[in-house]
Design a protein around this ligand. Structure first.
Ligand code: ACM
Length: 705
């Protein structure tokens, strides 16, 4: 069908129903924009992370254009920049033309209504004091902290407290006494599988600061790319990066930018495996002769440093000398994960070396290598961090083990006196729900560790591995779910009410856009691009967006086994890439189904039918038409078909439940079989509303017994 002809048809059949459907469906959408944290649907402020202690009272500090902040800072200092950002964000959210001329006046005079005071500049090291005390009265706000880092954290809390009522914007009066539970609250960004330009790093640093994260773990070398300029070994970035690397100037720019936000930048150079890109320019340090090319595929590969070659350590001595002076953080991450020993086994020189040094196996050989690297790092005043594979007896106690394979490594390490950080359970690339990460605790309530051992668990890090993200989609994989992890790492352990977390997460997600993170806005842009030059109507675009909002990318590593071979050059622009890892719409739907099933109130069944199933059903026709017209959207036709079948199934199930009629064993069997069919991914997505419909079927089945 030609675009034009087809448009006439679709207008005739579905314009009205789609329009109605959208109107009903979208008010339930999850964007909280327009509602203040304590606005009309007042459920309390949306603080994330929840402070250690907070007491709010009825009073209100009214905000007007005379609002004036004063502290003790000189222009250029961290505190000065923080308060300037605060004022700008406050003005941006409220539309108020604040009188203060970006803090030219820093002397607390009679005008000052927000007064902040700290004792010293904070150091960007673990265990630095980030506590603060925030007191909000009706006329004056006081923010005090031992360090300027505490001021930064407190200003974020104050901004999150911003509320409104009929008279305008205000801060609720009260007192917040806050400090983090864990000192190491990180986000790993993998700039290697896909290069992340400077602005991606910057906007994510701003968003990190908003939820009080304090470590950027910057993954800078991989099989797929070596991403930092090395002046000592220039072929590393020249030949190992496709020209996509950070100059040293840019690295310093990021470090300074992060420092202003109270965020440490810890680099990771992953060795001895995950290292193909190093060998493109320097094959002489590899265990097999080469030549080497930048790896385009994903997985675990054979190229590995040669631990038996003394030149390898000379190389690393010079390399780490250079990087140690570029990165001021006291810690340097050496990776150490997933070492493939094939080239070690194939190299007679390495085998002879192992015999000579009594290195019984590959693990022992890697341990030998790590010890040499440790000596080099120590020489340059860096403490070593590595993935849990690096553990071996006899390492000094100031190293940090990052656990990715399981929490047991953390427990085992702590029992032996080693510091650890948790990443297992915080793999945000797996597209799992925020809830799962949120309930994953570095020190769970049933931890077998003693109080002394628990002190060795420094915190955790969300890991944004970049096999399947581009600069366009990375924000949507990080946010908002990482805010839930940030809360786990900052807030008291007993803060774990999942429903309340989701309530606040929606608000925070929208606030994060203030920093330029594109987790919400890029979805529309990507869908528009997919539709391309085809003259889609507003309603068709809305239907496509609604489908994206109830679809999720397949979980875990399943995208790699859906028939397409992903490489670092593959487009990440398809429908699946536009979908969020967790559909909050589908979560709402599931909650409503649960509410209905527990109450069996007929009105609730009506809401499910009229506000969910009917509008969902109306998406099918316009989406199917788009899929027929636009080649790149062809793959979502089966998804639309599945949605259609799912809606029929759900509507029928609901009607049986409502009428308390028994559908009969045959009907149930048929539906269950069909549901299994519908669970099969289409276009690398799954319909996130399947569990809700499944609950209806289960309820019918249980009623039958
Ligand atoms: C890892 O995920 N290989 C650290």
């Amino acid at each position: 069908m030609s675009g034009f002809f087809r448009k006439e048809v679709i207008r005739a059949v579905s314009l009205l129903t789609v329009a109605l459907g959208m109107l009903i469906f979208f008010p339930l959408s999850t964007e909280a924009g327009g509602r203040g944290p304590a606005g009309k649907d007042d459920q309390g402020p949306a603080l994330m992370p929840v402070p250690a202690r907070i007491q709010l009272s009825q009073g209100k500090f009214r905000l007007d254009e005379k609002f004036y902040a004063a502290g003790q800072d000189q222009p250029g200092s961290r505190g000065f920049k923080a308060i300037a950002r605060f004022m700008s964000r406050l003005a941006g959210r409220t539309g108020l033309f604040l009188e203060q001329d970006f803090l030219a006046d820093q002397t607390p005079g009679p005008k000052a209504r927000l007064l902040y005071k700290y004792e010293r500049a904070g150091r960007l090291v673990p265990n630095e004091d980030e506590s603060y005390l925030l007191e909000i009265g009706t006329e004056r706000i006081d923010l005090r902290a031992p360090t300027d880092l505490g001021i930064l954290r407190g200003l974020e809390t104050l901004l999150q407290l911003l509320s409104y009522d009929d008279q305008g914007y205000y801060f609720p009066c009260g007192r917040v006494e806050d400090r983090p539970r864990f000192t190491w609250r990180g986000l790993l960004i993998d700039s290697c599988r896909h290069f992340m330009p400077l602005e991606v790093i910057k906007r994510n640093l701003l968003a990190m600061a908003a939820v009080k994260l304090n470590v950027l773990h910057w993954h800078l070398s991989e099989d797929q790319g070596f991403r930092v300029e090395s002046r000592t070994f220039p072929r590393l970035h020249q030949l190992g990066s496709d020209g996509l690397y950070y100059t040293q100037e840019q690295v310093r720019e990021i470090i300074n930018f992060a420092s202003d936000l109270g965020i440490r930048v810890m680099p990771e150079f992953d060795i001895p495996g995950h290292s193909t890109s190093w060998f493109v320019g320097y094959p002489e340090y590899a265990s097999a002769p080469g030549p080497y090319r930048i790896e385009r595929g994903f997985g675990v590969f054979h190229p590995v440093f040669n631990p038996a070659n003394p030149a390898t350590y000379k190389f690393f001595d010079k390399f780490f000398k250079e990087m140690a002076s570029l990165f001021p953080d006291p810690y340097l991450h050496i990776g150490g994960d997933e070492v493939e020993a094939v080239h070690w086994k194939e190299n007679p020189q390495i085998q002879a070396f192992m015999k000579k040094h009594n290195l019984a196996d590959n693990h022992a050989l890697q341990a030998y290598f790590n010890l040499q690297i440790l000596k080099i790092l120590t020489k340059y005043n860096k403490k070593m961090v590595g993935w849990d594979e690096i553990y071996q007896p006899g390492l000094p106690k100031d190293i940090v083990i990052q656990s990715w394979r399981g929490t047991q490594a953390l427990v085992d390490g702590a029992r032996k006196g080693y510091q650890g950080i948790l990443s297992n359970g915080y793999y945000i690339d797996l597209c799992e729900p925020a809830e799962r990460h949120y309930l994953n605790d570095p020190i769970p309530p049933d931890s077998p560790l003693t109080e002394e051992e628990k002190k060795l668990i420094l915190g955790g890090e969300a890991t944004m591995w970049a096999e399947l993200v581009s600069p366009e989609t990375v924000d949507s994989r990080i946010w908002p779910r990482t805010a839930a992890i940030a809360e786990r790492l900052w807030s008291p352990q007993e803060i774990r009410d999942v429903e309340d977390m989701y309530r606040r997460l929606r608000v925070i997600s929208v606030q994060l856009e203030e920093h330029g993170v594109q987790h919400l806005r890029n979805q529309d842009m990507m869908l528009r691009r997919l539709v391309g030059s085809f003259p889609a109507s507003t309603e068709e675009m809305a239907a496509l967006r609604a489908l994206a909002r109830i679809s999720e990318p397949v979980k875990g590593y399943a995208r790699h086994s859906q028939g397409r071979k992903y490489t670092s050059l593959a487009p990440l622009t398809r429908f699946v890439d536009s979908c969020f890892p967790e559909s909050l719409e589908a979560r709402d739907f599931r909650k409503r189904v649960e509410e209905y099933l527990s109450s069996r109130q007929p009105e609730k069944a009506e809401v499910l039918k009229n506000n969910y199933f009917l509008p969902l059903g109306r998406l099918v026709a316009p989406v199917s038409e788009l899929a027929e017209e636009v080649p790149v959207l062809k793959e979502i036709k089966p998804l639309a078909d599945n949605l259609s079948r799912l809606v029929s199934m759900g509507t029928e199930a609901l009607s049986y439940l409502k009428s308390r009629k028994n559908p009969g064993a045959q009907w149930l069997e048929k539906q269950k079989k069909l549901l299994e069919e519908l669970k099969k991914p289409q276009a690398e997505c799954q319909l996130a509303i399947i569990p809700a419909v499944e609950k209806l079927l289960t309820a019918l089945e249980e009623g039958k017994k």
